[in-house]
Ligand binder design. Structure first.
Ligand SMILES: C[S@@+](CC[C@H](N)C(=O)[O-])C[C@H]1O[C@@H](n2cnc3c(N)ncnc32)[C@H](O)[C@@H]1O
Length: 267
């Protein structure tokens, strides 16, 4: 009986040179992501663009900024939506935010915010729970095109599919082809371009951090670096939200305890 053929794994020496080239062109370090998945995705993308190997594709990237943009779009995966994972927002509204606003102004950070859906969700949920509390929500992402979109505060119908009807009516205005966030929420939000693997967030300065659906392609080492930095950026008593398929490895070592599904408390 013949064995099934081994699955082709596109690990090539060119990959390291390609990563170095992309790091120079875009200041994005692909070696911080899991090589197997990343190499497979980049190679498939290059081949669809008519380039048989990564070095030919790198030569194209060096001369065509539009192509570089498309590659970054592909590899950073910017998918998001408002009220993504609704149960998490319910736990936040019922358990976490009431406690946080009792102890003073609430400072939140959406780390890896893509085009801002998570930032405005946090802002809306805080406002609904505590209409007069002082709240600020900062969003950051490595992809400057996403941050430019976030600053526009406009969302498509698809982005809005899990927004509770009352929240939709209260915080968003119908515009041509989508929805505009009302000024009551945009006033709470600010945005910055930032690589989370290279930033040094001030220690103990946030009450709430959401870092969701971002680490799936990170190496274990990059995940640990990121979670250590995020835990350090939380004040004692603060909260960290992760994605619904994610966990913080060695949470206790960072002073974090899982209290609600995908929501950690910092002791
Ligand atoms: C799938 S989106 C998640 C958006 C939002 N957090 C959510 O859950 O809906 C992942 C985002 O992480 C960003 N990202 C990936 N690597 C990053 C890094 N090293 N630093 C900052 N942002 C990063 C991507 O650009 C992308 O916008």
């Amino acid at each position: 009986m013949s064995r099934p053929a081994a699955r082709a794994v596109p690990v090539t020496d060119e990959y390291v040179a390609f990563c170095e080239g992309v790091r120079r062109l875009a200041r994005v370090d692909l070696t911080q992501y899991r090589r197997l998945q990343m190499e497979r995705r980049v190679l498939a993308f290059a081949q669809r663009r008519g380039k048989p190997n990564l070095l030919d594709y790198l030569a194209l990237l060096a001369t065509d900024p539009g192509e570089l943009d498309m590659l970054l779009d592909r590899i950073t995966i910017n998918v998001s939506q408002l009220w993504r994972n609704p149960l998490q927002w319910q736990a936040l509204a019922e358990q976490v935010i009431p406690e946080l606003v009792r102890s003073g102004p609430l400072r939140a950070w959406s780390a890896g915010c893509s085009y801002g859906a998570e930032v405005f969700t946090i802002a809306a949920v805080c406002r609904e729970v505590a209409p007069s509390a002082a709240v600020s929500v900062q969003g950051s992402d490595i992809d400057e095109r996403m941050i430019a979109r976030a600053r526009l505060a406009c969302f498509s119908d698809a982005d809005m599919r899990t927004v509770p009807p009352r929240s939709l009516e209260r915080w968003f205005e119908r515009i041509d082809g989508g929805w505009q966030v009302r000024p009551e929420l945009t006033a709470l939000a600010s945005f910055a371009v930032e690589n989370l693997l290279e930033c040094a967030a001030p220690r103990g300065s946030y009450d709430l951090i959401a870092c969701r659906n971002l680490v799936i392609y990170f190496t274990d080492e990059s995940r640990a670096t990121l979670h250590r930095m995020l835990a350090g950026a939380l004040r004692p008593g603060g909260w960290l939200l992760v994605g619904s398929t994610e966990r913080v490895a060695d949470a206790a070592a960072h002073g974090l305890e899982l209290v609600y599904p995908f929501i950690y408390h910092k002791s």
